[in-house]
Design a protein around this ligand. Structure first.
Ligand code: NDP
Ligand code: BG6
Length: 506
């Protein structure tokens, strides 16, 4: 498609400001048809349809929106409707649910058959006609691939061949995993790139839709005091941590092909890191933001095995929770890591010499995702043995930002105590319901806002950082250290961080 086509023109002119407000879809109000491929699947049921319903309920979908579910499974309208609503909140307004379902249709078809996609195109045309949408009017077609990666290219090819409408703004939404390593990711990008312009491709990393991840940019670049200390002169080390309290639980077959590094680190954690580390972009234009994020990744060397600690969970101490290898869907004797901790450096003026730790693990003691920024020791302090300040941004479960701050113990004492300047969202913003990341991201797609989607060069850099390590782990069958289900992780993990980063417990 040429750069001057309607799709790219609209995309490049409509994203001049970042979408922090959620009123833009209603403002744009361009008739939109959203096709959810893989509509019979888990993601569509758990995330995509509930997110669309959330937007509908908030009046944020364009008025003339149509939603088409597409998959191979034969389903009656009734069965489809049940599936669409199966994860809606039980208290959801019945009338609203009915109105939402009136926007939804189901089309069954294969992922590689011309006639099935031609049929889909007819259905889109019919729905638009019924809704009184003029084919000369500006329209958005979103193709959301809630599908396994094995069919991404086949479906994208079919869309381009049999469904794609040049007169519309076309947007292709792809779910991770985008490839398995640098080579396969480049191949996928090349195949998709041959069909769709980069401005038409929205690679979802749902962490970029999380409230506190979106908030990092505002915190950093809207507050003079944060940005002033956001560098190697004041910061000692940074840790980005993802912990889940459950194991693979029957999804071991899927997980074993990927492991924790591909599942969480190469995408979610590295994306978060790039926002924490980036320099101030020239503007809030998504391309400026993504340029700055990509620049960070370019300054990170490929991670070495000696800077990595790998773990795999075994049964819990009391035997009530199974080990990874006890999952029948996991291949016998698998050495796939379910825990990893890596130390890396961002080699630029801002961060030279500051160690970054990214850590992710399944079957740990708690659910938590946070960014911990530890400041340097107070120089020339009046007080002996001061603990260090820390700024913690907690992404989940409870959105919060807190600064570990030293104060005088209240009362007659003159001792010092560690306290917190605490902005816990539930307490401060109790009236606001924070939307699910998918709702935010789908709204961004409708608004043509790319800020929170992964660009192909970013993706390439992310794979470059991890691919040598992944290949070495696999080729050498590197054995992960065992840790018990429900524990904090493998033995030695704290020492591993302290030795390499100088982290001091506060
Ligand atoms: P599913 O395994 O549920 O697959 C979705 C649908 O695709 C299925 O209902 C099935 O539909 C079709 N399908 C499944 N396997 C194949 C196959 N081998 N060949 C062709 N079609 C197939 O996947 P999810 O919904 O869990 O995930 C979809 C995408 O989203 C994946 O890329 C996944 O990695 C990603 N993702 C999923 C998350 C989740 O929570 N589930 C979270 C984040 C990302 P039918 O047979 O009816 O055509
Ligand atoms: C997905 C991973 O991308 O993110 C899962 O594939 C993981 O393994 C999930 O559980 C975590 O997402 P969230 O939003 O629950 O933190």
């Amino acid at each position: 498609m040429s750069k001057t086509s309607k799709s790219s023109k609209s995309s490049t002119t409509s994203f001049s400001t970042m979408n922090y407000g959620i009123d833009r879809a209603a403002k744009n109000d361009i008739p939109s048809t959203i096709v959810v491929f893989g509509a019979s699947g888990d993601l569509a049921k758990k995330k995509t349809f509930p997110a669309l319903f959330h937007l509908f309920g908030q009046n944020l979908l364009p008025k003339r929106t149509r939603i088409i579910g597409y998959a191979r499974t034969e389903m009656s309208e009734e069965e489809f409707r049940k599936r669409v609503t199966s994860k809606f909140a039980p208290e959801a307004d019945k009338g609203l649910v009915k109105k939402f379902l009136d926007l939804c249709e189901y089309v069954s078809g294969k992922y590689d058959v011309d006639a099935d996609f031609q049929n889909l195109r007819k259905e889109i045309d019919r729905l638009e006609k019924d809704a009184g949408i003029d084919t000369d009017a500006e329209r958005i077609h979103v193709y959301y691939m809630a599908l396994p990666p094995s069919v991404f290219v086949s479906v994208a090819t079919q869309i381009k061949k049999n469904v794609y409408d040049e007169s519309c703004i076309n947007r292709l939404v792809i779910e991770k995993p985008f490839g398995h390593d640098l080579e396969s990711s480049r191949e996928l990008s090349k195949d998709i790139g041959a069909l769709f312009d980069e401005v038409e491709v929205f690679r979802i990393d749902h962490y970029l839709g999380k409230e506190m991840v979106k908030n990092i940019l505002s915190l950093r670049f809207a507050n003079v005091f944060y940005e002033a200390v956001w560098n190697r002169h004041f910061i000692s080390n940074i840790q980005i941590t993802f912990k889940e309290p459950f194991g693979t639980e029957g999804r071991g077959g899927y997980f074993d092909e990927f492991g924790i590094i591909r599942d969480v680190m190469q995408n979610h954690l590295l994306q978060v890191l790039s926002i924490v580390a980036m320099n101030q972009p020239k503007s809030l234009d998504p391309e400026d933001i993504r340029d700055c994020k990509t620049e960070v990744l370019r300054n990170i060397k490929s991670i070495k095995l000696e800077d990595t600690l790998l773990g795999q969970y075994v049964a819990s101490a009391d035997g009530s929770k199974p080990g990874y290898l006890d999952d029948e869907t996991v291949p016998k004797g698998s050495t796939t890591p379910t825990f990893a901790q890596c130390v890396l450096e961002v080699n630029n003026d801002r961060w030279h010499g500051v160690p970054w730790v990214i850590k992710a693990g399944k079957a740990l003691n708690e659910a938590r995702m946070l960014i911990r920024i530890q400041f340097k020791d107070m120089p020339n302090s009046l007080f002996p043995n001061l603990a260090r300040n820390e700024l913690v941004i907690q992404v989940s479960p409870k959105e919060s930002v807190y600064i570990k701050t030293i104060v005088k113990e209240p009362g007659l004492s003159t001792n010092l105590a560690m306290s917190e300047l605490d902005l816990t969202y539930k307490t401060r913003y109790h009236d606001i319901k924070i939307p699910d990341a998918y709702a935010t991201l789908i709204l961004d797609v409708l608004n043509g806002d790319y800020s929170n989607f992964v660009r192909s060069d970013e993706l390439d850099e992310a794979w470059r950082i991890f691919t040598p390590l992944l290949h070495q782990i696999e080729n050498d069958h590197v054995k992960p250290k065992p840790y018990e289900y429900g524990s904090r992780g493998p033995e030695g993990m704290y020492e591993f961080v302290e030795e390499r980063t100088g982290y001091k417990r506060t």
